[in-house]
Design a binder for this molecule. Structure first.
Ligand code: ARG
Length: 461
């Protein structure tokens, strides 16, 4: 063994060290060091199991616990020296441990491989990330419900094809997003069940010859159980793909909301104002106030979809069991976590900074014949078949449009000329308030129903 090769973990079998470029190409420490907490947690659980089963001595365990404690402090304080020569977070920590405590450090890796170690670290990391995301999602959903409560009876135009369709309340509109983000929370909770399974014990791929206790390690780490098959445990990253899929759906919902915020903020529409702390100006046009935060969120959605595609593609060609390809799982995953957590944190805060321009919503409503369906429903209740009612109201809308008034701007005489069934009670259905109040069933936009939906939402939170 040459002294030069000595620094490599596997120097025993190798004739020469790798070039600097290959070293840089194969190393992951620059990005996987962010899992150092999980790596130490996993090592502690593994070492405790080894000691319990008499595979290492009690004194070894005590040394390992002490050494890993020191390393935690060093990393936390920014004093730990990360080395590219040691490839990844696992070898960096293990080498330092041995430098600190001697032979006991060399015994830590008994019955373990980096293959089951890294799979465990990622799962621990993702489980923590899901918990963070759930807390933020809850905050955001709460903020949506708070705003919905304030605007439970505020009329706005509901759109189809981005054309004024029927009146809804702004609260009702916001609760639509509450539903979307609630399903996202369910998806993360479901994903977590499959993330929280223990790979350790699979070792490199086939299991290990030591009398290990995997259930103990799983319980120690708060996992729900062990991965059943050693080959599967070290190789598949479907749980990470599933996580990115849940992130993608969440961002898709964020992006839809963002698109609406951008539209609503446009001065030509002017439904809302967003607090200045979420907007920026233009370097050339002094009048501009740009909705940068929702625009960026809409843009970052593509980036998260990209991570999902990366991981799906990363996995598809891999034979069993572990392949180095899998080292490429981390950067997309970490970036998905960062993007989603930052986005949720900002959005939870931004809901608070929204001011509603009820006057502009009302004005937009009065221009779109939004109560036309209500008039048709009125005629149906008077006995006219719906298709005939649709025709009659179409003519009334045409006439009102020519006159430049809303349906409620037509006189009773004019309205009666389209159908003798129309009586003077018709104006109650032609008003926005009447139209809203009439949709009084679960899931409908009547303010009374919106308030009931808010109460149910609070209960679910
Ligand atoms: N850094 C590696 C990864 O991220 C750890 C596992 C390496 N295992 C191996 N046999 N090369 O996947």
């Amino acid at each position: 063994m040459t002294s030069n090769a000595n620094q490599y973990t596997w120097a025993g079998r190798f004739a020469e060290p790798v070039s600097d470029l290959v070293k840089r190409y194969t190393a992951s420490v620059d990005f996987d060091k962010r899992m150092w907490r999980q790596d130490i947690r996993g090592s502690l659980a593994h070492a405790r199991m080894l000691a319990r089963k008499g595979i290492i001595a009690a004194q070894d365990l005590a040394d390992i616990e002490r050494g890993l404690g020191v390393i935690s402090e060093e990393i936390e304080a920014g004093r730990f020296v990360w080395s590219l020569d040691l490839e990844d977070v696992h070898l960096n920590i293990e080498k330092r441990l041995t430098a600190l405590i001697g032979d006991a450090g060399k015994r830590l890796h008994t019955g373990r491989s980096r293959n089951d170690q890294v799979a465990t670290d990622i799962r621990l990391y993702l489980r923590d990330a899901i918990d963070d995301i759930q807390a933020l999602l809850k905050q955001f959903r709460n903020a949506l419900v708070d705003l919905a409560e304030k605007e439970a009876a505020t009329p706005m135009p509901g759109f189809t094809h981005l054309q004024v369709a029927q009146p809804v309340t702004f609260g009702h509109h916001l609760l639509a997003y509450f539903e979307m983000f609630s399903r996202d929370a369910e998806r993360f909770a479901d994903c977590k069940k499959r993330v929280a399974r223990l790979p350790l014990g699979a070792a490199a791929l086939a299991g290990t010859t030591y009398p290990i206790d995997r259930e103990f390690v799983a319980a120690e780490l708060g996992f729900e159980g062990v991965c059943e098959n050693s080959l599967d445990a070290v190789s598949d990253r479907d749980f990470a793909i599933e996580f990115c899929a849940a992130c993608s759906l969440l961002m898709m919902h964020v992006s839809r909301l963002s698109e609406e915020l951008v539209l609503w903020m446009n001065p030509a529409i002017g439904f809302i104002r967003i607090a200045d702390r979420f907007c920026t100006g233009s370097s050339i046009m002094p009048q501009k106030k740009n909705p940068d935060v929702p625009e960026l969120a809409r843009g970052k959605t593509g980036r998260v979809y990209g991570h999902l595609m990366s991981l799906l593609t990363l996995m598809k060609g891999q034979p069993l069991a572990y392949n180095k390809d899998n080292q490429e799982d981390k950067e997309p995953l970490f970036d998905a976590v960062d993007t989603v957590t930052d986005t949720l944190r900002i959005f939870a805060d931004m809901m608070d900074g929204i001011t509603v321009r009820a006057d502009n919503m009302e004005a937009a409503l009065s221009q779109g014949f939004a109560t036309a369906t209500d008039l048709a429903d009125y005629l149906v209740k008077m006995g006219l078949p719906f298709r005939d009612a649709h025709e009659v109201v179409g003519q009334a809308v045409k006439a009102a449009e020519l006159r430049g008034v809303d349906l409620s701007g037509l006189s009773l005489g004019e309205l009666k000329s389209f159908s003798p069934l129309i009586g003077d009670d018709v104006y109650s259905v032609l008003t926005v308030a009447g139209s809203l109040a009439a949709r009084n069933h679960i899931g409908g936009t009547a303010p009374e129903q919106v308030r009931a939906a808010i109460a149910r939402a609070r209960f679910r939170l």
